[in-house]
Design a protein around this ligand. Structure first.
Ligand SMILES: Cc1cc2nc3c(=O)[nH]c(=O)nc-3n(C[C@H](O)[C@H](O)[C@H](O)COP(=O)(O)OP(=O)(O)OC[C@H]3O[C@@H](n4cnc5c(N)ncnc54)[C@H](O)[C@@H]3O)c2cc1C
Length: 326
């Protein structure tokens, strides 16, 4: 596919609200488009979102392709894919970026397959060199090396992790155009889309995360962490072993092959602190660890450490918070 020098960002929205990852991608996309001497566009799919489309311009886009249709009130993966593919074939952007969210990963993979192009998943860095070559950077081999990847096919597609790119300050003086596109609706399995929606947990946006690891004895014990999370308005996270045991969904996994998070507070319960886990949470503002083993590596990066049994400490925390509140 021949392309112009346009950088396109897929703007992810949920119930009319733009996901912060899209603003982060626009910040980086602006820098990349300027280096390439091209435009930065954004693709917004939803229902009654004209005002929201302006937000994408205020955050750096030169133009927004807007698909407005009632069908997009639902996260209808097939219809999203169909319209993204159609637009990419028409506009031929050089680069297409999506957030490495649950939704972005599902959609990106389907779009790349339909277009017959490559997709670099979970990037932590994007670079354009002086010759205009686009390099996608992502951790490889358990995070021990940073792979620098170039894609020969067009558009060059990447999904990018949360909170590794900086969004631009909102500037209402910024000008741009909104191009309304006609949505093509194809028959789809909406039930699948609804199921994905129900299961979705946006852990990367959480301000407080209570995570459990292999120190938990059984799946049901996540309810203990959920009780504490409920009191604190927190989201439940997990290291990989409980996810591998199907005790909790993959969307809760923090770490190298899961989500990158940067909450204000990260409480690790029964998590040893492997490099792969730390890769996803070490940037948290305050890290608290509960672990029976005083030599567990998690204590090396924890701001506060409690050497103790999570089955004793967590109920005490719950009790104290309840007593304090009453
Ligand atoms: C390619 C690759 C990708 C990976 N990606 C990820 C990833 O994204 N995320 C991830 O987490 N891991 C990932 N891993 C796995 C990683 O290497 C570790 O195996 C994993 O992080 C260990 O999880 P854990 O700390 O919960 O378990 P463990 O290392 O087994 O630690 C359990 C801890 O619980 C403590 N404990 C036990 N009982 C209690 C109790 N009652 N109270 C308090 N503490 C207790 C123990 O002292 C121990 O420190 C990946 C591995 C590979 C090879």
């Amino acid at each position: 596919m021949k392309s112009n020098q346009e950088v396109m960002v897929f703007a992810e929205q949920r119930e009319g609200e733009i996901n912060s990852i899209s603003y982060e991608l626009l910040g980086k996309g602006r820098e990349m488009a300027d280096r390439l001497g091209g435009d930065l566009s954004s693709l917004l799919i939803g229902h009654e979102m004209a005002d929201t489309a302006m937000e994408l311009i205020y955050h750096g886009a030169d133009r927004v392709y807007l698909y407005d249709h009632a069908i997009f009130r639902d996260l209808d993966l097939l219809n999203y894919k169909h319209n993204v593919v159609k637009l990419v074939r028409e506009v031929k952007p050089e680069i297409l970026l999506l957030g490495a969210t649950h939704w972005g990963r599902s959609l990106g993979a389907r779009v790349a397959t339909a277009l017959g192009t490559g997709l670099t998943a979970d990037c932590t860095g994007l670079e354009i060199d002086h010759s205009g070559n686009f390099t996608q950077i992502r951790p490889a081999f358990s995070g021990n090396v940073l792979a620098h990847i170039r894609t020969k096919t067009k558009p060059q597609m990447a999904t990018v992790r949360y909170k590794v790119m900086k969004s631009l300050p909102r500037d209402t003086n910024r000008k741009g155009e909104i191009i309304r596109k006609n949505a093509e609706v194809v028959p789809s399995l909406l039930t699948i889309a609804r199921k994905e929606r129900l299961e979705e947990v946006n852990i990367a946006d959480a301000e407080v995360i209570i995570s459990g690891g292999a120190g938990l004895k059984k799946a049901e014990d996540f309810s203990l962490l959920a009780d504490l999370a409920g009191l604190l308005g927190a989201t439940v996270g997990s290291s990989r072993p409980p996810v591998d045991s199907s005790w909790i969904g993959k969307e809760h996994q923090v770490g190298f092959s899961g989500n990158t998070v940067k909450p204000k507070i990260y409480l690790a319960c029964g998590i040893s602190g492997s490099v792969q886990h730390l890769a996803g949470m070490r940037e948290s503002d305050v890290i608290i660890a509960i672990n029976t083993d005083p030599s567990a590596p998690i204590f090396k990066i924890a701001d506060y450490g409690i050497v103790g049994d999570l089955y004793e400490v967590v109920p005490k925390l719950i009790e104290k918070i309840k007593r304090y509140r009453s």
